[in-house]
Ligand binder design. Structure first.
Ligand code: KIV
Ligand code: ZN
Length: 515
């Protein structure tokens, strides 16, 4: 039920967030994130755009089956096929919502849609009407709303309400709006539409000019009561509005907004870490709320002030966003119960076979190094549990490298089904040589867009986590691998990225091999 004194949060990490270049989460990873978002009590999870790809359809279906309390949303254009696909994917949701959108700005209507404003209004009527006949709750978005004529947007929203929409979303699709101007725009639209019974206004801001959180908050001031965004602000181009920033602004400045939120902010930090690890999109250390330096005080004068009174330099408490130091480090004597408890407190939800597998790897790791930190455990889960899915093409069976002065050689063995494929190559260094050998085996030459190795924790014996982004034939995919040996981590990450490239290619019906 709509409460005018509360701001709802609509998380689109799995839909708009996943549109970030090079990000492609598999079904298990998406479900893991959705479960965490539900535990954090976000109000709505947009799990995908079912007509866009079989992967999106499956994610909306899986998340619909799984979640009990959170509304699950699927995106659709006003086209009949999109709307029926979204309704079907949502069929098993306890609380389904169908999100219909069409552009309302002059530039999009004329150049992208090639429709007149009257045709767009007719599309809204038929699309929203059909959606409402299939699903109880319908949201309508006027894409590129912030560059639309306010009077036309008001007309479009009135048609959407007449046709059955109860959530009206105002996207700043290209991150063009300025907060003060956007406040006035939202206010005008809200007043112009009037306050139809049970209708709630929503905002969806992009971050091209770094103003997504500011614009979302300006919209809240103007009367919007649903904020759409993603964890860590992940998304295409400059990304989306970061949920953690908006919710903490509303909570920290309750004196200014006077509005309640239902979200459990103590889960923000673990969710942020999970999304960063599974997506491969890291969080900058100085990122507001969830960056590793968000609560660090370097300057002596600040440290002194904080010791005297925390509020001299801290406006939020680290505990309130779940950024608390690890309470224990697990070691070779830790049992499966302690391991399970740690995995759960890190926000992961593994079934018994997954837990047994992760525990066995953890034990092997403890033989190599005495203790495992949270970062190590998260790296094991991300690398060994979620990176491995049956639809993958290649599995790393073995590799060997030899490093001489100025030249390195590598031999790699991959499994593809029951076939063993092997090749060798020389390169500038061991990683380069191994990547060249893999390219000879897979018979495609993806471009290495990015490659980095990071330590899974601050300790010198931490697992090394390699992250790779590959591109080929206009497709991009990320991959990751973890090991105490950084060369092995790098080879695993490359193979993982190749597998994801094949998954993306299958979803888009692109043939990676050949012309
Ligand atoms: O940015 C945008 O306009 C969108 C819509 C589909 C809501 O993502
Ligand atoms: Zn968007």
């Amino acid at each position: 039920m709509f409460d005018p004194n509360r701001v709802c949060f609509f998380d689109t990490t799995l839909r708009d967030g996943e549109q970030a270049a090079g990000v492609n989460l598999n079904a298990d990873e998406k479900l893991q994130i959705a479960r965490q978002l539900e535990k954090m009590r976000v109000d709505v999870i947009e799990a995908g755009f079912p007509a866009a790809s079989p992967g999106d359809y499956k994610c909306v279906q899986d998340v619909s089956r799984e979640l009990k309390n959170t509304t699950v949303c699927g995106l659709a254009r006003t086209r009949e096929g999109d709307i029926r696909a979204a309704a079907q994917a949502l069929a098993q949701a306890q609380r389904p919502r169908l999100h219909v959108f069409i552009a309302t700005s002059p530039i999009h209507m004329e150049h992208k849609l090639k429709m007149t404003p009257e045709e767009v209004l007719a599309e809204i009527r038929s699309g929203v009407g059909l959606a409402r006949s299939l699903v109880q709750e319908v949201e309508f978005s006027g894409e590129d709303a912030s560059r639309s004529d306010a009077d036309f947007l008001i007309k479009a929203f009135k048609v959407a309400v007449d046709s059955g929409a109860t959530i009206l979303n105002i996207p700043d699709t290209v991150g063009y709006a300025m907060p003060e101007e956007f406040f006035k725009f939202c206010r005008k639209v809200i007043l112009g539409v009037g306050a139809p019974e049970g209708v709630i206004f929503s905002v969806h801001a992009h971050n091209d000019l770094g103003l997504a959180a500011a614009n979302s908050l300006a919209a809240v001031k103007a009367g919007v009561r649903q904020v759409e965004g993603t964890i860590n602000g992940m998304g295409e181009r400059g990304g989306n509005s970061a949920i953690e920033e908006v919710v903490m602004a509303i909570k920290t400045r309750a004196d200014y907004y006077g509005l309640a939120v239902n979200l459990d902010t103590r889960r923000l930090y673990p969710v942020s870490r999970m999304v960063a690890r599974l997506s491969g999109v890291g969080v900058p250390p100085n990122k507001a709320v969830v960056g590793s330096n968000a609560f660090a005080h370097e300057a002596g004068i600040h440290q002194h002030g904080v010791m005297a009174n925390r509020e001299t330099y801290e406006i939020m408490r680290a505990e309130d966003v779940g950024c608390t130091p690890a309470v224990m480090v697990l070691g070779k004597h830790s049992g499966s119960h302690a391991f399970r408890a740690r995995v759960e407190s890190l926000g992961y939800n593994l079934d018994d076979p997954q837990l047994a597998k992760a525990f066995a790897i953890f034990k092997r790791l403890c033989d190599e190094k005495k203790e495992a930190t949270d970062g190590d455990i998260e790296a094991i889960i991300a690398d060994e549990i979620f990176s491995v899915t049956p639809e993958y093409h290649f599995e790393l069976k073995d590799y060997t490298v030899h490093v001489g002065s100025g030249l390195a050689a590598a031999a790699v063995v991959l499994l593809s089904g029951d076939k063993e494929l092997k090749d060798a190559a020389t390169g500038n260094g061991p990683v380069d040589a191994a990547y060249l050998a893999i390219k000879r085996i897979i018979k495609i030459e993806p471009k290495l867009e990015s490659f980095k190795v990071v330590a899974a924790s601050e300790r010198s014996d931490a697992l090394g986590e390699a992250q790779v982004i590959l591109s080929h034939k206009g497709l991009k995919a990320q991959g990751r691998g973890a090991s105490t040996d950084v060369i092995k981590a790098s080879v695993k990450a490359y193979v993982n990225a190749v597998n994801r490239l094949y998954s993306v290619a299958a979803a888009r019906e692109v043939h990676l091999n050949g012309d």
